[in-house]
Structure formats: structure tokens, C-alpha cells
Design a protein around this ligand. Structure first.
Ligand code: NAI
Length: 338
């Protein structure tokens, strides 16, 4: 059986690599949807992350090719590929972190909610696998609509009896990355010096940048606030239109996903004060899920921060965001529970 031979070779290689590194364990990370537009650059960047010792690449197409390619990079992580549903369980066994960019992306004129029909089922299947094979893994969910797929994942885990809200994180990091970039442009600063909290959810008006809380402290005219808020909310659509049918954000998303996954791994390692925005189970508002800043630790999202002081414009935005968000959350929940 060639796949067993391959596994044997891989585990020997892995042991050799661990020895070479003085036995430093590192973390085991799986990417589900690893052959896609996000998955491929994400796999490459994860292979470059020194916190990763084992990298599993799963997809329903082209996983062996992407795996062979990535595995030639002379970095520490051992890479293994898994193709198709029969190999899902092997892909997931023993993982510390599972990153999910599987599913169809938007084309011009589509909303993220238009993806629900296809992606909801994909996320359900993958999360059933996680519940069975690595129920303690941290899950970073990228597949859209995130506002609905995170509630779907939660319901799947509840049914399986493995749900721990701290370990399920919807990835909204791209909204933060965009906000930092666009705000830095307006302020004439280096984007690496700018930090913008983005709360709510990950679609249209549910994306709520809190420009009154930007660091370093600064102020914006009402025109700037309007321009920045809209541009951050429509950042994904800007890319979808520019790609003109060839998909949505993939490279900036892979960058954002790795930035977020790295924060999760540093949290798992026990680093202090790792704070990022994510869409999580929450009591910050009356909604069961909400994106806010969270502190990442050994057990996932260990602390969820309050929204903090908001100006009138942001409070009005919050009302709009919640109106849309509640429907998306309910749609996700009822997909599993009905
Ligand atoms: P893509 O179509 O290029 O890649 C998706 C990959 O998922 C493909 O390789 C496909 O074979 C794979 N796939 C499909 N069904 C699968 C299954 N059952 N199991 C495992 N893999 C499966 O799409 P792209 O551009 O990589 O986007 C992926 C998802 O990420 C989309 O839903 C998109 O809307 C979402 N996205 C989320 C963002 C966020 O900020 N959270 C930003 C950008 C995209």
C-alpha cells in the first residue's frame, strides 16, 4: 500500500527532523481546502512558520501536487498530503490547529450569503471529522459566509458533544488587515504601526471598524470616517470586482490567515497578551456570536473584550450590524438543528 509506505517514510523523516531540532515539538496544523486560491499560499506561509512541526494539507482535488511542491521548501515542518473524503480522518488525527479555507468563493454580483448553499454542507462535513478525530484542536474557520458557518460548526460540535466555544474562531483578520492598511494610508503612517479594532461580523454592514479606538490615537473628519468605514466594509467586493470572475481575495487572505493562525499558536505555546479580533461565541451583545478583540491562550479564546467606548456613528453602525447578523446566525443554526 503506497500510502502506508509514504506514511512510514514521513514519520522517519519527522523523527529525524525533530532530532535535528533538539526534539523541539512544535505544533501540528491541518489546512482543509489546501489546494485552493487561499489554501495554496496559506500552505506555503504555514510551511515557513517555525512554530509548525507537522503540516497536513487536505483537499478534494490536487492535494498531492500542492504537497509535493510545498514539501521541497527547506523549512522545518514536515508536510503530508491527503486527498478526498476517505483520507479526511487521517488528515485530522492529532492536530492542534485546523484552518479551514474550503469552499466556493464569490463572483461579481454575489454576496457572501449566496455561498451558503454549497459551503454550509462542506463546513458540516469537515467539522464532523474534527469532532471525531481532533476534538481538542483550535479551529480557524475562513469559509464564507463566516457569520453563518461559525454557528454551523458550533451546532455540529454540540451534537457530537465536543463543543468548546473557546476553540472555535471565525477568521475576520482580513478585515483588520484591510482596516490597518486603509487607515494608515489616510494618516500617512506605516501600516505596521496602526491597529484598528474591527467588530461585529464578516459581511457588508456587519463589518464594523471602530475608528474612534484606532491606535495610535488619532481623529478623522466625518468624510474620512464615512470613506474608511465603507472601504473596509467593501474591501472584499473591491477584490472580487477587480478579479472579474476569477475569485475573491486569496493572497491577502492567506497572509491574514497566517497572521491569525500564528497568534493562535503563540497563545497555545503560552505567550502572554496575544490579542486579535475574531468572530466567536460571545456575551458582549445579546447575539450568541460576535466579533471582538479576544485574548488567545493555551485553551483558545480565553478572554473576550467588551466593545469599549463608541461614538454616535459607531453606535448607529452597531444597530445595523446586529440586525443583519442575527439572521445570518439563525440561518446557520437552523441548517444543523432543523
Ligand atoms: P477556491 O475555490 O480557490 O478554493 C477552495 C478549495 O476548497 C478548492 O481547492 C476546493 O477543492 C476545496 N474544497 C471544496 N470542497 C471541499 C471539501 N468538501 N473538503 C475540502 N476541500 C474542499 O476558493 P478560495 O478563494 O480559496 O476561497 C475559499 C473560501 O474562503 C470561500 O468560501 C471564500 O468565500 C472564503 N473567504 C473568506 C475570507 C475571510 O475573510 N474569512 C476572505 C476570502 C475568502
Amino acid at each position: 500500500n503506497p500510502s502506508n509506505v509514504e506514511m512510514g517514510e514521513n514519520s522517519m523523516l519527522e523523527q529525524a527532523k525533530c532530532r535535528a531540532k533538539g526534539g523541539a515539538p512544535g505544533f501540528k496544523v491541518a489546512i482543509l481546502g489546501a489546494a485552493g486560491g487561499i489554501g495554496q499560499p496559506l500552505a506555503m506561509l504555514m510551511k515557513m512558520n517555525p512554530l509548525v512541526s507537522v503540516l497536513h494539507l487536505y483537499d478534494v482535488v490536487n492535494a498531492p501536487g500542492v504537497t509535493a511542491d510545498i514539501s521541497h521548501m527547506d523549512t522545518g515542518a514536515v508536510v503530508r498530503g491527503f486527498l478526498g473524503q476517505p483520507q479526511l480522518e487521517n488528515a485530522l488525527a492529532g492536530m492542534d490547529l485546523v484552518v479551514i479555507p474550503a469552499g466556493v468563493p464569490r463572483k461579481p454580483g454575489m454576496t457572501r450569503d449566496d455561498l451558503f448553499k454549497i459551503n454550509a454542507g462542506i463546513v458540516r462535513t469537515l467539522c464532523q471529522g474534527i469532532a471525531k478525530c481532533c476534538p481538542n484542536a483550535i479551529v480557524n474557520l475562513i469559509s464564507n459566509p463566516v457569520n453563518s458557518t461559525v454557528p454551523i460548526a458550533a451546532e455540529v460540535f454540540k451534537k457530537a458533544g465536543t463543543y468548546d466555544p473557546k476553540r472555535l474562531l471565525g477568521v475576520t483578520m482580513l478585515d483588520v488587515v484591510r482596516a490597518n492598511t486603509f487607515v494608515a494610508e489616510v494618516l500617512g503612517l506605516d501600516p505596521r504601526e496602526v491597529s484598528v479594532p474591527v467588530v461585529g461580523g464578516h459581511a457588508g454592514v456587519t463589518i464594523l471598524p471602530l475608528l474612534s479606538q484606532v491606535k495610535p490615537p488619532c481623529s478623522f473628519t466625518s468624510e474620512e470616517t464615512e470613506y474608511l468605514t465603507k472601504r473596509i466594509q467593501d474591501g472584499g467586493t473591491e477584490v472580487v470586482q477587480a478579479k472579474a470572475g476569477a475569485g475573491s481575495a486569496t493572497l491577502s487572505m492567506a497572509y491574514a490567515a497566517v497572521k491569525f493562525a500564528d497568534a493562535c499558536l503563540r497563545g497555545l505555546r503560552g505567550d502572554a497578551n496575544i490579542v486579535e479580533c475574531a468572530f466567536v461565541a460571545s456575551q458582549v451583545t445579546e447575539l450568541p456570536f460576535f466579533a471582538t478583540r479576544v485574548r488567545l491562550g493555551r485553551t483558545g479564546a480565553e478572554e473576550i473584550f467588551q466593545l469599549g467606548p463608541m461614538n454616535e456613528y459607531e453606535r448607529a453602525g452597531l444597530v445595523e450590524a446586529k440586525k443583519e447578523l442575527i439572521g445570518s446566525i439563525e440561518k446557520g443554526v437552523s441548517f444543523i438543528s432543523k
